[in-house]
Design a protein around this ligand. Sequence first.
Ligand code: PHE
Length: 341
Amino acid sequence: MNDKINSLLSRVEAFASKIPSEVEAFRVEMLGKKGLITLLMEEFKTVPSEQKREFGQRLNALKSRALERVAELKELSDGVAGEATPLSRDATRPGTTQPLGSRHPISIVMNRIIATFARLGYVIAEGPEIEDDYHVFGALNFPPEHPARDMQDTFFIQRDPDILLRTHTSSNQVRAMETQQPPIRVVCPGRVFRNEAISYRAHCIFHQVEGLYVDEGVSFADMKQSILYFAKEFFGEGATIRMRPSYFPFTEPSAEVDVSCNLCGGKGCNVCKGTGWLEIMGCGMVDPNVLRNCGIDPERYSGFAFGMGVERIAMLLYGVKDLRLYFENDVRFLSQFQSAL
Ligand code: PHE
């Protein structure tokens, strides 16, 4: 018994770790339920009664010394997380910084497009993503069963051919015309859905900003000038546009708009495929049938409409070659875009 007490006492005195986990392990080893000192206390019951007084005193002294030692070391180890120096108390350490979030490039471009048209007096008109056939197609002069509906492959909801995900935000223009009388000047930003295979240049979900201007005497020249203003604001003062005849059921005449390639300055490069031009939007004079459908007198009023894909504009602006990057949420990609808008 004497030897055991002596050897435990020297171990208690020798133990000097300041690492919290080690101090705790030492406490359990010595003073835990099956600890060496605890066991020795058990053994004490078998000591002959004439020796009890001496060993009792020595054992109690050992136990108090061990408790004291553990308490001391715990105090010293406070704030040490497995390291040798108490770093948490080092006031010269740099603080932990929170990385700053940034706006998504699609939001940045969308906000810029909206701000550009806002300077021309346009206001935002929004509407539902789940729409009815009438607002997406019917009112826009797409007759039932007309092949023009195939231009935009549609997602339907629950096999009901009347309820669908909007394929363009022109539906918001219909809603704006139904509820207001001219002058109407609206931009319709939003998410649209088309049943298309996902590739580097197409996605089944993308974003549009469409616009509509209806008033007395609105002409094709007004449309051309407004779009030229937009192109210069967006792609630089040197930008020029050209219009190619096109077809949309809701506009007549209709056109595709190209902007001079901002990468090669019109000389021809791999982005503009050697043509010097980049396609940026569709546009046209609102078909009189559409005005009539929405309760606007086509004899008195005329208007123009345009629509563009935000991902496409963002690709051209930032030189991004794969549209899927915008949907993958890779922070290494997203954190490259900063904007106040
Ligand atoms: N709504 C058309 C589309 O989604 C774009 C467009 C809008 C074309 C307005 C002409 C006028 O493709």
